[in-house]
Structure formats: C-alpha cells, structure tokens
Design a protein around this ligand. Sequence first.
Ligand SMILES: NC(=O)c1ccc[n+]([C@@H]2O[C@H](COP(=O)([O-])OP(=O)(O)OC[C@H]3O[C@@H](n4cnc5c(N)ncnc54)[C@H](O)[C@@H]3O)[C@@H](O)[C@H]2O)c1
Ligand SMILES: O=C(O)C(=O)C[C@]1(C(=O)O)C=C[C@@H](O)C=C1
Length: 357
Amino acid sequence: MTGEHQTVVVIGTGLIGASLALALTGAGHTVHLQDRTSSHARVAAGLGAGLLDEADPEVVDLVVVAVPPAAIADVVLASLRTYPRATVTDVGSVKAGVLGALWERDVDLSRYVGSHPMAGSQHSGPVTARADLFDGRTWVVAPHRRSRAESVEQVLALVRACRAREVVMDVDDHDAAVARVSHLPHLMSVLMAGHLTAVPPADLLLAGQGLRDVTRIAGSDPGLWQQILSANASAVLAELRTVSDELAGLISALESGTASDELHDQLARGVAGIQRIPGKHGAAPATYRQVVVEIPDTPGALGRLFAEVGAAGVNVEDIAIEHDQAREIGYLALSVEPEQAEELVAAMVAGGWSVGA
Ligand SMILES: NC(=O)c1ccc[n+]([C@@H]2O[C@H](COP(=O)([O-])OP(=O)(O)OC[C@H]3O[C@@H](n4cnc5c(N)ncnc54)[C@H](O)[C@@H]3O)[C@@H](O)[C@H]2O)c1
Ligand SMILES: O=C(O)C(=O)C[C@]1(C(=O)O)C=C[C@@H](O)C=C1
C-alpha cells in the first residue's frame, strides 16, 4: 500500500478488522470485507467499512488478516495463494508462532509482513468498531528476513493510513515486549476481576472508579485471550514468575508493619512505573490534569457538555465516568494537558456546570 489508491481485502471483520476497514475506506481506498461469519461482514459493511462483493484477485494490492490467533497462519497462507500480487499482513497479538508455522509450509513468504496494532478494547465484533481506534497509537510492523522491501513499505503505508505510529521490530523482540506491556497487564486485571466473584454483593456496591480502572480489560473475550496467551506462554510465564516474587515482597512489607519503609518504597515504585508509560504518538510520558464535572443523569447532558468542551477548544486526552446512584448524578473526569485545565474549568463554570477538584 502506498500513497495512491489501493484495493484491500480485510479478512475477519470483528473489532480490529472492521475498525481498520473503516479507517481505510475513510481514507479513500477500496475495501472488500470477508468473514467466516457472514453477518459480521454484513454489519461491518452496514457501518460503511467496505464492500461485500468479492474482489478480482488480480487487482488486490493488500490483504489484512484480522482473525483470531489460532486461525492466522492458515488464512495468511490461503491469501498468499489466492491473491497473486498482494502483500499480506496480519494483525495478530503474537508474531513468532505465526511466522514459524508459515516457514514450515511450501510457500514464498516474500509478500508476507506481520504487524500488530497496539490498540483495541475489551469488546469483540464489528458493532464496537471505530474508524479512529488507531489514531496516534503504536502499530508494530515485524518483517522477516525474506520480506520484500515493497511489501514492508505497503504495510507501513497501511499503518499511516490508519493514522497510527509505526514501530519496526523483530518478531521475538515484539513477543517479549508485549508479554510485559500487554499480556501481563491483562492477567493482572483478570486476577483482580476474578477475585471479585468471591466478594459479597453488598461490598461491591461500594465499588468506585479505581476498581473499574483496573478491571476493564478483564471483560475481554476469554476465547481470544486463551489463544493469545497460549501463543506467548513462555514469555508470559517469565513475567508472571517475577510478579509472583514481587507479590511475596508486598506481603512481607505489610507483615513488617503498615508504616514500614518497605511498603512506602513499593508504593513509590508504582508511581515511578506510571511515569515511564509514554504519552500518545510515542511522546514523552504525559501527566494530565483531571477536571471533574458533575453531570445530571438526564438525556442529552453528556452531549451538551462535550459540545461546550469542543467550543472551548480544549483537547481532551481521556475521560472516565462514575455514577452516584443515590444522587442520580454522574461525575465526568476529563484529562487534559495541565496548561489547558484552567481554561476548561472556566468554560465549564461559565456554562453553569458544577466543577469539582
Ligand atoms: N481485541 C484487541 O484489543 C486486539 C488488538 C490488537 C490486535 N488484536 C488481534 O486482532 C485479531 C482479531 O481480534 P478482534 O478483537 O478483532 O476479534 P473479533 O472476535 O472481534 O473478530 C475476529 C473476527 O474473525 C472472524 N473469523 C474467525 N475465524 C475466521 C476465519 N478462519 N476466516 C475468516 N474470518 C474468521 C470472526 O467471525 C470475527 O468476526 C486477533 O488476532 C487479535 O489477536 C486484537
Ligand atoms: O485497550 C485495550 O483494551 C487493550 O488491552 C488493547 C491491547 C493492549 O494494549 O494490551 C490488547 C491486546 C492487543 O494485542 C493490543 C492491544
């Protein structure tokens, strides 16, 4: 895929496939949609992600395989055979196993270049697809020693067309890195959320935003994650063992007294860790300020608030909503660059909104 118009086939029109198809169609490319479950392709087409008719194999420039990890190698192989000119990429969360499986097949792999967008959500299927899912996010491109330069360029152009930030990496380095920054966090969230199954319902009524923050990704499809974790088991196991030692350290810190220096050090280590996470577009780690606005639980309140935020020209980096059932209101926490916080507060107050700390 280059700057000019391209004909693309997207196979697997779930969350990731339909989202990138929406972005590519929006950028003016011709996108053909395929899915084993035909209703998924129909829903994606209904959202404007592309066409349902079959592409002429001779004119296809790029095939993007966005199916679950265990099916990727077979679909890539079939695509290399069906589309004789096309570059074929996949968006699977783990890279080495797919490449290993492809090496064992009797096929010329020069047109295959694996990739992995570091964006997604806990939802599955085309209904939750978004054209802006990849905006400013990292997207790893992982060529192998036989990938032809033209195909690497086409996958880099796909990343740019989805407005993501490309990072070129070796497959093994990629798999080790995602074990640390994606697969381990997922398991930590699952562990916490799973623990809740034994918590009394009355206690859960007290749940605030903190619990929701650490458990969001635990709501992801267990079938998909079973495949992701199995494909990267050895790297994930190494991370889990380290965390297990760290947990033992936390237990001993608490045992040695709640005011111990050891406990303080563990908590401060958390702050230091957060500060190492890069901001959007790979920028230096960002520390945003939160402006909390009270919103009545009434139809249209959120829309009105966002319109006023937009009119104030403030760029919101993140949002979180918490409901106060007893008072029938919600709290909307808007994260903004520190220098825009005062401006946002002033605009909210001028609009008659109640703004908290
Ligand atoms: N969910 C995320 O956050 C995320 C992020 C980055 C990458 N990924 C990777 O993207 C891929 C897709 O994940 P998703 O979240 O979009 O899943 P999804 O369940 O939303 O979509 C997968 C789609 O593939 C279809 N499918 C399954 N087997 C198929 C086959 N053999 N041929 C054609 N279609 C088939 C399914 O019907 C479904 O529509 C996975 O490999 C995953 O590792 C996921
Ligand atoms: O935001 C989320 O929901 C995600 O967890 C997306 C996320 C991740 O960042 O770990 C999950 C798995 C994918 O392979 C890539 C992205």
